[in-house]
Design a protein around this ligand. Structure first.
Ligand code: 5GP
Length: 189
């Protein structure tokens, strides 16, 4: 998506060669007009997939998922980074290794909100190694729901998660794929 790429070039900041900061428009301060166009683009890409629900992970996926759901007119469910125990078994849970904090955490989704006849579109802001996505896919599998598509705003292609998931057979669409980056120089695939 050309507009997103231009915005990354204008306002994105490369940190440690591995982390791209886009917090002035995507995941801290948010440009809602851009997010709305991102949502419309995901709707265009996945319009034939009979999506019944959008799944994302807190916190930075939520706004993008909501702006996408506006165009699909389906509910959004977000996985929570677990703070409470799954005492009465009413939660799906999965373990995720955090790219940004380099530690493991659990994510949870209430069993009430994903059904076996759901066709899920999973949305997130970034794809790096794909660990957050593995956790979200695992939760869909536990619910016997179909992962109908994966929509990512910014994939860092050099970290491999996106290509691995495509090889595994998922329909993964990224609106911008960064092939290499260093301060002041970002190259798209
Ligand atoms: P993965 O699980 O694919 O390794 O990492 C994806 C998750 O880590 C995303 O949910 C995102 O929040 C965070 N993340 C990964 N790389 C970046 C990055 O370069 N910049 C920002 N802001 N977040 C990132």
């Amino acid at each position: 998506m050309e507009k997103l790429k231009q915005r990354i070039l204008k306002d994105g900041q490369v940190r440690n060669g591995e982390v791209l900061k886009v917090d002035s428009f995507l995941n801290h301060q948010m440009d809602i007009d851009l997010l709305d166009e991102i949502g419309a683009e995901f709707q265009r890409l996945f319009q034939d997939e009979n999506i019944t629900k959008i799944l994302t992970i807190e916190a930075s996926g939520i706004a993008i998922a909501c702006m996408t759901a506006r165009h699909f007119h389906v509910p959004v469910v977000f996985a929570k980074k677990a703070k409470s125990l799954n005492l009465d078994g009413e939660l799906y849970t999965s373990k995720v290794h955090s790219f940004t904090y380099d530690r493991d955490y659990d994510i949870t989704v209430s069993k009430k909100f994903i059904q076996s006849d759901d066709r899920i579109l999973i949305i997130d802001d970034f794809m790096a190694n794909g660990k957050a996505m593995d956790g979200l896919i695992d939760i869909c599998h536990q619910a016997h729901a179909q992962v109908a598509g994966i929509g990512i705003c910014i994939e860092k292609g050099f970290q491999g998660g996106g290509d691995r998931l495509r090889k595994e057979g998922y329909r993964l669409e990224s609106l911008a794929i960064v092939e290499s980056m260093e301060p002041g120089h970002i190259v798209f695939r």
